[in-house]
Design a protein. Structure first.
Length: 319
């Protein structure tokens, strides 16, 4: 399988995996109090993030995902700082707050460009839909930004099938493809298979960007009912005792399959996603080691039988 692809029907050439940079950037000052300060616990910092970025660059995995709201803008600033002067594909998302209106779009775009220190954004994604926002009007704003050269490729995130079709149609009227829909997808989160998003992406030629592909760390095999989660994980449902106990047979199978190839549970869990040509996972990496391990999921393949075994052991999560 090719390690590069194009994002949907756009002309953006991307690796088959990206690196999630949601936890990057030291939240300082007010950002510390921001509700969207996301930390799964465990300190990292500039040097570790730099190593993660370098590791990706050396391996050709040069797609990094961030958002205006992560750590109140600190994550975008950090990625911009690390990316300066490099051939990096930056995917970011707007808005930076929940009171966003379509009229705020140009302001949001300028603010992200300033934080990233760039003249244009490679992939600009609407972070989450809202009843208050007209999708066609918003997509018109996006199309204007593409025509002005400030946005290269358009994506959405957390969109349902209907919302995705609406965005796709509105952009098509302006001759612009909707390249991607970024939704949560992992062996432990199978909603895109059930709600039709996975199929609709394939039908429309839209790449499904899979966020939280390691189920926020639950599929790495390092957490269990005995290993106490810290930070945000203390309140995440994936990490309560019952959920941790339930996931152990899944981790065990990931380990067994991984042993055949010299890979660990994370790598097998990511590979399961990569086996679907239209799915592009963006595992979060806090350091060079995590980035390097995750990228190594590009270097092997699962057999159809192994894919089926993984699907059977996770049937309870396909609801
Ligand atoms: N569009 C949206 O609404 C949305 C929502 C959430 C996330 N995202 C995007 O998706 C990206 C990834 O999602 P995520 O961070 O929620 O979850 P994830 O990728 O499933 O899990 C990432 C976490 O797992 C641990 N980890 C990663 N690689 C590992 C390895 N090789 N070995 C051991 N542990 C490893 C790290 O945490 P520890 O070191 O603390 O264990 C890391 O922070 C984010 O960075 C963000 O860009 C988007």
């Amino acid at each position: 399988m090719e390690h590069k692809t194009t994002l949907g029907k756009s002309s953006l050439h991307v690796p088959r995996m990206g690196i999630g940079a949601m936890t990057w950037g030291d939240p300082r000052g007010l950002a510390r109090l921001h509700p969207a300060k996301i930390a799964y616990g465990g300190a990292h910092g500039f040097e570790e993030e730099q190593r993660a970025l370098e590791t990706g660059m050396v391996a050709g995995v040069n797609l990094f995902d961030t958002a205006a709201m992560y750590s109140g803008g600190a994550a975008e600033r950090r990625l911009g700082e690390l990316a300066r002067g490099r051939d990096i594909i930056i995917a970011t998302k707007y808005p930076s707050g929940f009171s966003f209106r379509v009229e705020d779009f140009p302001k949001e775009l300028e603010a992200s460009l300033a934080r990233l220190g760039r003249d244009s954004i490679d992939l600009y994604q609407h972070h989450y839909p809202s009843n208050r926002i007209s999708i066609p009007q918003l997509m018109d704003q996006l199309a204007d930004a593409v025509e002005a050269g400030k946005v290269k490729t358009v994506g959405v995130s957390n969109y349902s099938v209907e919302q995705m079709r609406e965005a796709h149609m509105a952009l098509a009227r302006r001759g612009i493809p909707l390249a991607s829909n970024q939704v949560q997808y992992s062996l432990l989160y199978r909603k895109p298979e059930v709600d039709g998003v996975l199929d609709a992406c394939r039908e429309l030629g839209i790449t499904l960007i899979a966020y939280s592909p390691l189920a926020m760390g639950a599929l790495t095999g390092k957490y269990s009912a005995k290993v106490k989660a810290s930070g945000l994980r203390r309140i995440l449902p994936n990490f309560n005792k019952k959920a941790m106990d339930a996931v152990q047979p899944v981790v065990e199978l990931l380990r067994q399959i991984g042993d055949r190839y010299g890979k660990n549970p994370s790598q097998v869990a990511l590979r399961w996603l990569i086996e679907n040509e239209n799915v592009l996972p963006i595992p979060g990496a806090k350091n060079g080691k995590q980035a390097s391990e995750n990228i190594d999921a590009l270097s092997f393949s699962l057999t159809p039988e192994e894919v089926e075994m993984l699907e059977r052991v996770t049937l309870a999560w396909r609801v």
